[in-house]
Design a protein around this ligand. Structure first.
Ligand code: ATP
Length: 140
């Protein structure tokens, strides 16, 4: 089965969406094989989002992602990467409310930055992100 990394971001946790999101996840046939609630520090966010380090929104993204605890999960099912991306909807949660009203970001996100959830964008990103948070030996 394919694996992907899902994160409920600080705004999702603060808004109490964790249980609702987890019900959606399991309702769509994903297994949550690992989960961990953590608070990221600046260094961790800088490293996780290194590909965005030169972007204008990077400092704001670091501030957002360190603003509170997050819930990191490994989701497993056939086609997990693409199916989870589809379920969360577009990056811009404000637009998602109009164009993808059934998506998770439409439900709990706020705008381009505060979009309440993360999903790996490829199987390569998924393995990098999974080993970023979890000990790879036990996630095979
Ligand atoms: P994620 O990687 O979190 O699943 P994504 O792949 O939809 O989201 P990316 O382009 O990888 O989006 O951006 C990573 C995160 O950075 C976004 O989820 C969002 O929180 C923030 N972000 C992206 N673009 C902007 C922007 N233009 N302004 C503010 N924040 C942004």
């Amino acid at each position: 089965k394919e694996k992907t990394l899902a994160i409920i971001k600080p705004d999702g946790i603060l808004g109490n969406y964790s249980d609702k999101i987890k019900n959606i996840i399991t309702g769509y046939g994903f297994s949550i094989t690992r989960e961990m609630r953590i608070q990221l520090d600046e260094d961790a966010v800088r490293s996780f989002y290194a590909e965005h380090s030169s972007k204008s929104f990077f400092l704001s993204l670091v501030k957002y992602m360190t603003s509170g605890p997050i819930l990191v999960m490994i989701l497993e099912k056939d086609n997990a990467v693409a199916d989870w991306r589809k379920l969360i909807g577009p990056t811009d949660a404000e637009k998602a409310k109009v164009t993808h009203p059934q998506s998770i970001r439409a439900m709990c996100g706020f705008n381009m930055e505060r979009n309440c959830v993360h999903g790996s964008d490829s199987t390569q990103s998924a393995s990098r992100e999974i080993s970023f948070f979890f000990d790879v030996q036990d996630t095979r």
